[in-house]
Design a protein around this ligand. Sequence first.
Ligand SMILES: [Zn+2]
Length: 369
Amino acid sequence: MIRLEFAEELMKMLQRAWTPLMAAAFAVLTGLAAQSAAAEELAKDLFGAKQLPAVAAPQSFGFYSKGCFAGGVAIPMDGPHWEVMRPSRNRRWGHPVMIGLIEKLSRDAAADGWPGLLVGDISQPRGGPMLTGHASHQIGLDADIWLTPMPDNRLSTNQREKMSATLLVDEKTHLVKEALWTPQHARLLKRAASYPEVERILVNPGIKKKLCDTVKGDRAWLRKIRPFWGHDYHFHIRIGCQPGSPGCKRQEATVRGDGCDQSLAWWFTDEPWRPAKNPDKPKARELMTMASLPRECRAVLDAPAPSSAEAATYYGDGRSIAAAAPEPAVAAAPEPAITSGAGALPASANAFAATPEIGIPLPRARPGN
Ligand SMILES: [Zn+2]
């Protein structure tokens, strides 16, 4: 009897509890579903939709081809010695050291006799995979610079969108077009390779070969010049992981030597140019979900934005950069903070640091050789 009463009581209790229990279970289930849907969402769509950077201390997460970054700053559309190309892509964002380095290269190159830089893609405001193009450029440490010198007249927005680049390499022979190649191209590449922050410069194999065949004297910098597909109208500067980015994955060091060896000869065989076996196979960046990226990229995506792109634009003259805050981590630094850009950078990336002379391409004897 007692047992029966107990059973009835239990049934009533369960009935009373049923509705809230079900509601709770339903909420948990739908929450999980929403979460997994978000995890399934393509990272390129989420990062590609961001118009402004994550306000936090500058920090790169993950690898060049699988990551994101916080505290991004934009290079101004124009400088004394540069112009940003394809502005509608909104890819003029990078780690402050990357942006400072481009600005410095533009001035050094101008002093070397290169009229100025046409700046191609750097990164999206918060990095991450892109809707189109590049596999890398995801952590604010890659930048493309055109091999076309900046014209005398200032380009209109329309010209920056439409102007076609000059291909410096013959598609069939993979050799540099002799009529277009100049010693100033070599000088520009040597200047870019001269900075300690720069770990690699990607160029078309034809350009690497041209340098291998013509650079006299100091050839140590050729080690940083790496042959790669494409890169026939622009070169690609990659700097190393920067201090304050423990989650940034370093790339392998380049092999010893100038690279003017069998590894270069391989590019002039048929093998690298064979059509892909499965050309319709989607590329890695097209499939990446948030789950494929470092965990911190979710926080980067959710972090607050500065008030405008202008507020996060880098100026080498010490003007404020809203996005580059001194706090240590993205999750711990949700508040926008103001800091001076130039002061926070290593001397070699500082716009005001002295620039050593480099002699290109004057022939001179190799020491001890
Ligand atoms: Zn590139």
